[in-house]
Design a protein around this ligand. Structure first.
Ligand SMILES: [Zn+2]
Length: 1039
């Protein structure tokens, strides 16, 4: 081994540079990572093969230092495989680039789909070149890159060619043509050679190039305190760190620092810090990790308490409220959390022609993100498109951040463009599954039927003959991931079984499918479509527990006494064959005593039995369903005793009744729905106990923290206005007081109380048991000490992790594959954020369809509805509309300071007057009238649709009358009926309209059908089930 000294410059985590002299040992056995390797350098080093063989890549790519720094995001595109990052380049990125850049590099190398690697050329005896006396560092880097490439080429015995990517003319001059099959190309030449048709890549290349030319060298960090000062300040308590959260309703005026992390771990419930105005925000962008310095108490301000329209861009000041809160200014940024933003060119575009590229200001779709300045030549081509942009920098003294164009999403206003917008804005990557993933999948088609193997069957408990197993789902469900069984065993005992699809049998840890599923974390359900977490051969076929077919399952089986007390539990892998695939309505009817003829007509599986047998079969099934209901009632009563809260999600209720779900969701919820849900909760709970017991420091559980007391303010106020008292100290008290808030004359009141209680709740979240204090494990909403997700491994990755954990707990195998606490916690946080993102996208897609629906009906009476006052403000109030389950603001005072007066005829007009906010009401006084609005009062409003350029369509409400819409309050049943009807119309109406939404283009976009096929989505007729499940879950607060 050869020893050399080398001077290295390093950057410490807070950005300070220092030089060290390092002894460097040159070795001959540095692994090349290539599948083409002819020596055994991989085996020796026990490293992975990463670089592909010839059929996956015709050449390897070696970017030089500057190219890697400037064009990393191009290298990140999935089309580029087989990239070798030399150590020289990696050091350069660490030293000259940003943390973000280094992260990108590592994510390319760690992404198995990219088949890329780092090669430690400076440790390899023959790849290394020593810096000559007087040689500049730039010259040395060039030589280093070239020399390492030559070594590589020789090491692989010339089996493949190499492309050195470099924008450096000197590089080309020196080395192009020096070695056959080593090419030196600029990125543009490379694209022309290998991807000549790929316009998107050329556009991105050009726009990065434009942005680079425009970028000034001024320091972006000017105006912030040095990191050392920030760290010391945070430690001493003078500064506070957290995440910047901009108020979307007044994005220019109001933002908050949200204290982050598991701060509840320290027990303190510290409040957020107000950051008023742009100057105090100091170029921080929504989502950034910031450091804030608090102002002295005398300078604290109160948050804005008036309703604000989103298009009002002027600064809003509101000091009417006396609730001052901690106020501060941003003094430093710990981490930029910039992502891809969707934006549009303004209609009032100021275009400055600077010779090469135009400077334009684009408006992000997300109200919370500031306008961005781009240098681009592409304005003309994409003027009416939605485009994706990235922010590069925000210099001190500059009004806007600088960014560059990435790609177009298509014409604004087309449905597909709008849906893509939602996916990007929520950071959801849900393209079609790659070929390499599909190759990992088992085959099951006409020519080649998938079958179970005898060896595998032998390893499992075979329940096919012994147990009557069946499923109960919504009509049309194709992906059955849970089934049940119940039977009598010896001594009058009962045996309950829950049998879940065995996804982990098909998805091996670390496989490409596993990596992809983990990244997605969840299937994504939008109003009109869904994106699967797993390829359809699993989710719709081999892991779907259909009736009459043999399937692998993971079962939990409990032995219970007559009082439904568990005496024993068995967990394990099984083989099952479901006997019946029932749907909710028929299952309920069977329990209620439906006659045999009707049952035979509705349960197709009965046809296989002969006449003598049928009666027996029916009674057997009927007994099972009734017994399940009985057991579930018992479970529920027990949980309620422990404090489970029955809640109601506002938006959700409506969403549940959309489209074909109309056929599935009965007008009144059936008991059987609860029965199934209760059995699933029960098994999730038992699995949680088991895995926590086996792996106390690294089991994946789900907790639901108790809500902050101050979040109940709205609920308490509303309740008080009707003389109800709400106890919120514990979940049991809350549940009991919600039950007592019943107004016989106004059935909507109880529903509203539950909606307000739901809004006060925290989010349930996954965590690793080693990362949280024991007393924080509880699930508040369900009233359970331990909880996890086990019952839906097809559509949630958490369940996949839990299945592996459970398997390792029962048979010790696979223990080595489990994640340790740190990795599991990271994974849990990733899943939490993906779940939130998926829900957010779902909600936004519902709103999109809602807006389109109301836009078409704008002159219709459909838009005039009853609404209930929920919260009061200084210039109006917030209402809830039971018919559509929409919440929104109603203004009583406008910008000109005029107030709304309702005439005796019931017409509204804007007149001069005053408005006073009181404890339980808002009082409007005009010359002739005095009109008061109280909490829970019914009023009539009109739903309008507002179109703000570049943003999502938005519903707005205006007051029609201060009286209820109908003379009598609609009774619950009636109103639900009308919801079902109008909601079922909604998506259909929108989709059938072949007219334009915003433009004259076809509403669904020209590529709708192709696109749907390409993304291998389930037909809509079959997608109800998932929408239903997802929504049920939302409805239950995503338990
Ligand atoms: Zn090798």
């Amino acid at each position: 081994m050869l020893k050399k000294d080398k001077i290295v410059q390093l950057k410490n985590p807070i950005g300070k540079t220092f030089r060290i002299v390092r002894e460097q040992y040159l070795r001959e056995d540095i692994p090349c990572h290539s599948k083409l390797c002819l020596s055994d350098c991989i085996e020796k080093s026990k490293q992975d093969y990463r670089l592909p063989n010839k059929d996956r890549a015709s050449h390897y790519i070696i970017p030089d230092c500057l190219l890697a720094k400037n064009y990393m995001e191009l290298l990140e595109m999935p089309e580029f495989r087989g990239i070798i990052f030399l150590q020289t380049v990696t050091y350069f990125i660490q030293h000259e680039g940003s943390m973000r850049l280094h992260k990108s590099l590592m994510s390319i190398v760690n992404n198995p789909f990219k088949e890329s690697a780092i090669f430690y050329n400076e440790f390899q005896r023959y790849a290394f070149v020593e810096r000559k006396k007087g040689e500049s560092i730039i010259d040395w880097r060039r030589r280093s890159v070239y020399n390492a490439t030559v070594w590589y080429y020789n090491h692989l015995a010339g089996q493949t060619s190499f492309v050195i990517l470099s924008e450096d003319p000197k590089m080309k001059e020196l080395y192009e043509g020096e070695t056959p099959n080593i090419f030196v190309l600029t990125f543009k030449e490379y694209l022309k050679t290998f991807f000549s048709e790929w316009e998107g890549a050329f556009n991105l290349y050009e726009s990065i190039k434009d942005a680079l030319e425009e970028r000034s060298e001024t320091d972006e960090i000017a105006g912030y305190l040095p990191n050392e000062v920030l760290e010391a300040g945070i430690k001493s308590g003078r500064f506070v760190e957290g995440v910047l959260n901009v108020n979307r309703y007044c994005a220019n005026s109001e933002a908050f620092l949200k204290r982050s992390g598991l701060s509840s771990k320290q027990g303190g419930e510290e409040s957020d810090i107000l950051i008023p105005g742009q100057a105090n925000r100091n170029r921080a962008i929504h989502g950034d990790r910031i450091v804030v310095e608090l102002y002295p108490k005398s300078q604290w301000k109160s948050r804005i308490f008036v309703l604000v329209k989103e298009n009002e861009t002027k600064d809003v000041e509101d000091n009417s409220s006396s609730n001052k809160m901690p106020t501060g200014k941003v003094v430093g940024i710990l981490q930029r959390n910039w992502r891809d933003y969707v934006a549009s060119f303004g209609t009032d575009q100021q275009v400055k022609v600077t010779g090469k590229a135009e400077k334009v200001i684009v408006r992000p779709w997300d109200w919370r993100i500031p306008k961005i300045r781009l240098s681009t030549k592409l304005v003309g081509a994409f003027k009416d498109h939605k485009i994706v942009v990235r922010i590069d920098s925000w210099e001190v003294d500059s009004q806007y951040p600088n960014g560059h164009f990435v790609r177009s999403l298509g014409k604004a206003g087309e449905l597909e463009t709008e849906i893509k917008t939602l996916l990007i804005e929520n950071n959801l990557n849900v393209g079609p599954f790659s070929e390499s993933i599909l190759k990992e999948m088992p085959v099951n088609n006409e020519e080649e039927k998938w079958t179970m193997t005898p060896e595998e069957i032998k390893k499992r408990r075979d329940l096919r003959e012994s147990h009557l197993i069946f499923s109960i789902d919504p009509i049309g469900c194709e992906d059955v991931d849970d089934t049940l069984s119940i039977r009598k065993i010896e001594d009058n005992k009962l045996e309950l079984g829950v049998h879940i699809a065995d996804v982990t049998h098909f998805v091996q840890p670390g496989s490409l499918t596993d990596v992809e599923a983990r990244e997605r974390s969840t299937s994504v359900y939008l109003a009109d479509r869904r994106y699967d977490m797993l390829p359809s051969v699993l989710s719709g076929d081999l892991c779907s527990l259909l009736s009459g077919v043999d399937r692998y399952a993971v079962s939990v089986i409990w032995k219970m006494n007559e009082n439904f007390e568990v005496e024993d539990v068995w967990y394990g892998r099984t083989v099952i064959r479901s006997k019946y695939k029932l749907f909710y309505e028929i299952a309920q009817k069977i329990a209620d005593g439906l006659d045999n003829e009707e049952i035979m007509a509705n349960v197709s599986e009965m046809a296989q039995y002969d006449k003598k047998d049928i009666e027996l079969r029916i009674e057997e099934l009927r007994w099972s369903i009734i017994k399940l209901m009985e057991i579930a009632r018992h479970f529920k009563a027990k949980r309620t005793e422990e404090g489970a809260v029955v809640l109601e999600g506002s938006e959700v209720k409506v969403e549940m009744q959309e489209e074909k779900i109309k056929n599935v969701i009965p007008k009144k919820s059936l008991e059987i729905h609860e029965t199934i849900a209760e059995c699933m909760i029960f098994s999730n709970h038992w699995v949680a106990k088991k895995i926590f017991q086996s792996f106390p420091s690294h089991a994946l559980l789900r907790h639901h923290p108790p809500p902050r007391q101050e979040h109940f303010d709205s609920l308490r106020k509303c309740a008080a206005s009707r003389n109800f008292t709400i106890q919120t100290e514990s979940n049991a008290e809350l549940a009991a007081s919600l039950d007592s808030c019943v107004d016989i004359d106004d059935p909507v009141v109880n529903k509203l109380m539950r909606i307000l209680a739901t809004q006060a709740m925290s989010n349930a979240a996954y965590f690793s048991t080693g990362s949280l204090n024991r007393e924080l494990f509880n699930h508040y909403g369900l009233g359970l000490e331990y909880y996890t997700h086990f019952t839906s491994p097809i559509r949630r990755y958490a369940d996949v992790v839990v299945h592996r954990c459970l398997m390792a707990a029962i048979d010790e195998t696979g223990k080595d594959n489990l994640m340790n606490n740190a990795d599991l916690q990271t994974s849990a946080e990733h899943m939490n954020s993906k779940h939130r993102a998926a829900q957010q996208a779902q909600k936004q897609s519902q709103e999109l369809f809602q807006s389109l629906f109301f836009k078409e009906k704008s002159d219709d009476e459909t838009c005039v509805v009853d609404a209930v006052v929920l919260q009061l403000r200084n210039n109006g109030f917030i209402v809830f509309i039971p018919r559509y389950a929409i919440k929104g603001a109603v203004f009583l005072k406008n910008k000109e300071n005029l107030v709304v007066e309702v005439s005796n005829k019931g017409e509204t007009q804007w007149v001069a007057g005053t408005l006073n906010l009181k404890e339980n009401s808002v009082l409007v006084q005009t010359g002739s009238k005095r009109q008061e609005y109280t909490l829970l009062q019914h009023v009539t409003v009109r739903i309008n649709v507002e179109n703000y350029h570049g943003h999502a369509l938005q519903l707005s409400l205006s007051l029609v009358s201060n009286k209820p819409f109908m003379p009598d309050v609609e009774d619950e049943k009636n109103s639900e009926n009308s919801v079902v009807q109008s909601k079922s119309e909604l998506i259909k109406a929108v989709k059938e309209a072949n007219k334009s939404f915003w433009t004259d283009d076809i509403s669904l976009g020209p590529n709708y059908t192709n696109w749907k096929e390409e993304f291998s989505q389930t037909e809509e007729s079959k997608s109800d089930y998932h929408t239903y499940l997802a929504l049920t879950e939302l409805n239950k607060l995503d338990i």
